[in-house]
Design a protein around this ligand. Structure first.
Ligand code: ADP
Ligand code: MG
Length: 677
């Protein structure tokens, strides 16, 4: 199996080098070089082919081709008879075909069918009738190295000589259960499919296998971590917890109850909690966090809540004081602006165990901050903190339970892939009675009307956000910049309303000042870049205007929109956008159609693909050979469930039929304690 490709007949030095440049060194490498798609060359009946679909037709040339030139480009048009259809075939830049296309000749044309104009925009013409074989041609990424026909001959040879040596990886029971093709048939289906069904089934098998191995890997890691790390077993006081929940001014939503249960269960068991809590803006994560922290306190532990900005930390502190003061739970706030003396006092009481819950910013992870017995740590807006910062906070206790909260809805497939080693809790339900934010998509030229609407809100005593994508003028990008918009609006509303400006170039203190002025109502309008995105709560703000909205992804637009609609008044969001692409238009439409962050996240994934979903920085997503996280989500779910079950079962670690899968895990290094976190 490790035989070099040069052992294949007809592979000399040159071919071997070409193959090596594609990463193919052995015959097995060759077999595992999968096509990225299959071209369908089965003959189609034009009458039954929908507009814009690819077709292959067999036809007779009926006219002398006409050729026109446009500069270096050429266009050849010829009338052909396909079955009973007289249609035109158009070929670009292949005028040399004219000589061969004599009336009466039989040709096979592949291309795109334009039903309205009865034209096939041809991509290839073969002379003569359609051959029997080759209905499905695999398309490999050969990067102009080796010719496709030759590559396919080598593949045929490789499969004939060595295909049978490739052993089955999936246990028979699983193949049976899901009706998956055996290895050899599947390989045949990938490289030399008999028909569409064969391609489909081959793909199905390898997608499942790939996702299963991936999930086994993650689950093995998770198990290794659980086994090696002893966590705390936090025996909270259920009665007290119930009393606290009963005392809240509202009933928890079904989703909040479910998530509280998941968290409490983790607290109680002895393994360390490593959980991600996702919930759309306004879904009520704060109270869930408070319940979790309180649970730890009733068991005699301390809790910590870390937020990315001072304002957020303060908001959390306010909420928690209000809930906990009456119950005798001692809460403190520690941030960069805590005065030296107060800080010293807090640190002392923290170390003595006289503070039960500490809330704060990065100040929490500085040296000198020592807890007596930290049992439960929560970080809000987890993506704003680095791995290292989260680790330092965790290390302030002895294996405390850890909960990460995020308001960025992540589609489930991505969540269980990128954060697969974590447990994921989702609050997918908003408290009842929330008003939907009315969202409109307008062209930039309609700005006048938009400002009139905004003014009506301001006159009613409400406030407005105006968001711009970049802070500096950039000719190339032609983006409205915050400074310019700020100046325009200041002039426009002069003597009537006050405008503030916030952007990333301001220092943390300056940002804080502006934000405070806005939240206290001294400013009526806040012009800002996206720095305002995270968690800020100004319930009186009811109007959000987003310039150049097409430049934002759906997830971000949704986050921004979440800044309004937080009070009792009806709120509005206007997207100023002139998108050029269909995808851009679809994004704007989606925003006007739904307020549901998870649905928007799914849509974003569908439109932009998994790679772009998390932005350019780090996706944390593995590269799959066959599987596709957008379309294969069902397979992913099943693979995950099976992986969870297998890793926990004894059978998996013992039975012969899992031998190959175990070997694959071993080879990937998981079993030697590699860690993702
Ligand atoms: P987020 O998940 O964005 O952090 P918050 O925790 O700030 O959301 O909650 C948003 C608002 O919803 C708060 O004013 C909170 O008091 C309220 N809230 C939370 N849970 C409920 C509920 N079950 N019923 C009614 N209102 C709720
Ligand atoms: Mg929050």
């Amino acid at each position: 199996m490790t035989e070099p490709v040069s052992n294949l007949k007809g592979v000399g030095k040159e071919t071997a080098e070409q193959l090596a440049s594609l990463g193919v060194h052995t015959i097995e490498d060759l077999i595992w070089m999968f096509p990225y798609r299959h071209e369908d060359f089965t003959l189609k009946n034009l009458a039954e082919t929908p507009h814009n679909e690819k077709v292959t037709i067999e036809a007779r040339v009926e006219s002398v081709p006409a050729v026109t030139f446009m500069g270096k480009k050429s266009r050849l048009t010829v009338t052909v008879l396909a079955g009973r259809h007289l249609v035109k075939v158009v070929m670009f830049n292949q005028h040399y075909l004219k000589q061969k296309l004599v009336p009466g000749a039989i040709i096979t044309v592949s291309g795109k069918w334009d039903r309205g104009r009865q034209v096939v925009a041809g991509s290839s013409i073969k002379f003569g009738p359609k051959q029997d074989q080759g209905d499905f041609e695999p398309v490999y990424s050969l990067r102009n190295t080796i010719h496709l026909n030759r590559f396919r001959k080598l593949m045929r040879q490789a499969l004939d000589e060595a295909g049978h040596c490739i052993s089955e990886t999936l246990p028979a029971s699983m193949r049976e259960q899901y009706k998956l093709l055996p290895m050899q048939e599947a390989l045949e289906g990938v490289h030399f499919p008999k028909d569409t069904e064969h391609v489909k089934q081959a793909r199905r098998r390898f997608v499942f296998e790939e996702l299963l191995v991936f999930q086994l890997r993650i689950q093995a890691l998770r198990k290794a971590r659980r086994d090696s790390e002893k966590g705390l077993s936090i025996n909270y006081d259920l009665v007290k917890l119930r009393d606290f929940i009963a005392m809240l001014p509202y009933e928890l939503t079904g989703a909040q109850k479910r998530v509280v249960n998941e968290i409490c269960k983790d607290l109680k068991t002895a393994h360390r909690m490593n959980r991600l809590l996702q919930g759309d803006v306004g879904s009520g994560k704060t109270v869930v966090a408070a319940i979790g922290l309180y649970a730890a306190v009733t068991a005699g532990y301390q809790g910590a809540l870390m937020a990315p900005t001072e304002i957020l930390a303060e908001q959390h502190a306010e909420n928690l004081y209000a809930w906990f003061e009456p119950m005798g739970v001692r809460v403190a706030l520690l941030s960069g602006s805590t005065k030296t003396k107060a800080r010293r006092d807090i640190l002392e009481r923290l170390a003595n165990g006289e503070i039960d819950i500490l809330i704060g910013t990065h100040a929490l992870i500085q040296p000198g901050v020592a807890f007596k017995n930290l049992g439960f740590v929560i970080t809000d807006e987890q993506h704003r903190f680095g791995v290292e910062q989260r680790r330092i906070l965790r290390d302030k206790g002895e294996n405390p339970d850890v909960l990460f909260m995020t308001a960025t809805p992540i589609p489930r497939t991505l969540a269980i892939t990128a954060f697969g080693e974590m447990d994921v809790s989702i609050i997918d339900e908003l408290p009842a009675g929330r008003k939907q934010i009315e969202t409109h998509w307008m062209k930039h030229e309609q700005l006048g009307a938009v400002l009139t609407k905004m003014e009506a809100e301001l006159k009613a005593g409400r406030q407005a956000y105006v968001i711009c994508p970049l802070i500096e003028e950039s000719d190339k990008l032609d983006v409205q910049n915050a400074v310019e918009v700020y100046e325009q609006l200041t002039t426009y509303f002069l003597g009537r309303f006050k405008v503030g400006l916030m952007h990333g170039r301001l220092s943390a203190d300056e940002k804080d000042l502006v934000m405070r002025a806005f939240s206290e109502g001294e400013l009526n309008i806040l012009v800002s870049t996206t720095v305002v995105e995270v968690g800020v709560n100004v319930p009186n703000a009811t109007f959000m205007l987003i310039y150049d909205a097409e430049r934002f992804g759906l997830a971000q637009l949704h986050q921004l929109r979440g800044r309004v609609g937080r009070g009792e008044h009806q709120s509005y969001c206007v997207l100023l956008a002139d998108p050029k692409t269909d995808e851009g238009k679809e994004r704007m439409m989606s925003m006007t159609e739904t307020n549901d962050g998870f649905r928007l996240a799914e849509k974003d994934l569908e439109l932009r693909g998994p790679g772009d979903f998390f932005g350019k920085k780090q996706s944390g997503l593995p590269e799959f050979k066959m599987a596709d996280l957008v379309h294969d989500y069902r397979a992913l779910d099943i693979a995950r469930q099976d992986a969870v079950r297998l890793i926990e079962s004894e059978e998996f670690w013992r039975a012969d039929e899992y031998e190959s899968l175990r070997q694959m895990l071993e080879r990937s290094g998981v079993l030697e304690g590699e860690r993702i976190d």
